[in-house]
Design a protein. Structure first.
Length: 353
């Protein structure tokens, strides 16, 4: 029986249309032998498939000066496909895995991720369900803590280092490398959940291992009382009862109007539940002027907007494309701040409701 192709990487990217110069968000799936792209993540059938055999990848791609973090895939028939990632590390991760897949196809090999399985053999008697119950034992299990990071408080959670410490001390594993493999299995089976950007990024495949043996990587039990709350040193922090979610990030940005194409300073508040980016009059007022629904959106850095007057851009613009393909253009105060906003919005778009 022929084995199903491995799903190496998947996620939203912005893809250029094959006939017109239109860029649209697509759910992109990298397989061992090709790339499938879907209009939405929930779709059952792809809009198209790009074979990787005989293909070559080019990054960075400078074919579109106003779009950043673009890479080009040229197939055997000399047809070009262009994709745009949200930020540098994401683009490089896609390019790295696509190159590796092409290399394995050319060599007649199956794709294999870097793994510790070759050097480590887990005991066959390990029962993940029973292990999970032991980890949750009120007396002898992993202690749930209140931890702070990046102006956020994580309640009822624990660090990756605590998990590995417990696995070793309880004799569930023989060493930390074996503990890392076992913790990764617990994570993939849903017995552990990532909390915070560091652990979520690793779980999505942007690290050598899905689980991190780090003191700043946070995790929690799915049926625990985990919740996250935000706080800010700003005096004008916006907290309203009708907004249940944690404030992930807030600050002032320039926003381009949809009708007049003019730019105005707005105060933006990013919440994770529901997944909205609300914007307010910075001069005051508790009611938001509007909101951008982020669930399923794509966010990317851009150099300039088409068909509009440039407003002291200086390479600090970014674009949000919602699930129903509404485009919003925003400008940060610096390239560092732009990257922070993009990563925060990406995180909420993936995990928010």
């Amino acid at each position: 029986m022929e084995q199903e192709p491995m799903r190496i990487r998947e996620g939203y990217l912005v893809k250029k249309g094959s006939m017109f110069n239109t860029w649209k968000p697509m759910w992109v799936v990298l397989l061992e032998d090709g790339i499938e792209f879907y209009k939405r993540k929930a779709d059952n059938s792809p809009k198209g498939m790009i074979p990787l055999k005989g293909s070559s990848i080019h990054s960075p791609c400078q074919d579109f000066g106003k779009r950043m973090f673009v890479f080009k895939l040229t197939v055997a028939k000399q047809q070009d496909h262009f994709f745009q990632a949200a930020y540098l590390e994401e683009r490089d991760a896609w390019v790295r895995d696509i190159k590796k897949a092409i290399h394995h196809i050319d060599g007649g090999q199956r794709f294999a991720r870097k793994s510790t399985r070759k050097s480590i053999r887990l005991p066959e008697t390990i029962n993940l369900s029973a292990l999970y119950l032991s980890m949750k034992d009120p007396e002898k299990g992993i202690k749930e803590l209140k931890l702070e990071k990046d102006k956020r408080v994580f309640n009822h959670c624990f660090t990756g280092t605590c998990v590995i410490d417990w696995l070793v001390s309880s004799s569930s594993v023989r060493n930390r490398k074996e503990g890392l493999l076992l913790a990764s299995s617990l994570l993939s089976e849903g017995y552990l959940q990532p909390a915070g950007d560091t652990s979520k990024t690793a779980a999505e495949g942007l690290s050598d291992t899905p689980f991190l043996d780090l003191s700043d990587a946070y995790y929690y039990f799915p049926d625990s009382g985990f919740f996250c709350e935000g706080y800010s040193s700003d005096d004008d922090v916006v907290l309203k009862e009708e907004f249940r979610g944690t404030i992930v990030k807030q600050g002032c940005l320039l926003k381009q109007g949809h009708r007049r194409k003019n730019w105005k300073v707005r105060k933006f508040v990013l919440r994770d539940d529901p997944a909205y980016l609300h914007y307010y009059d910075p001069a005051g007022g508790e009611e938001p002027l509007g909101a951008i629904h982020l669930r399923g959106c794509v966010v990317t850095a851009v150099e300039d907007m088409p068909d509009t007057k440039k407003y002291d851009v200086d390479n600090i613009l970014f674009e949000i494309i919602t699930a129903n393909e509404i485009h919003y253009y925003l400008q940060a105060a610096s390239s560092t701040e732009r990257t922070e906003w993009i990563k925060a919005i990406q995180s909420v778009a993936r995990t928010g409701k």
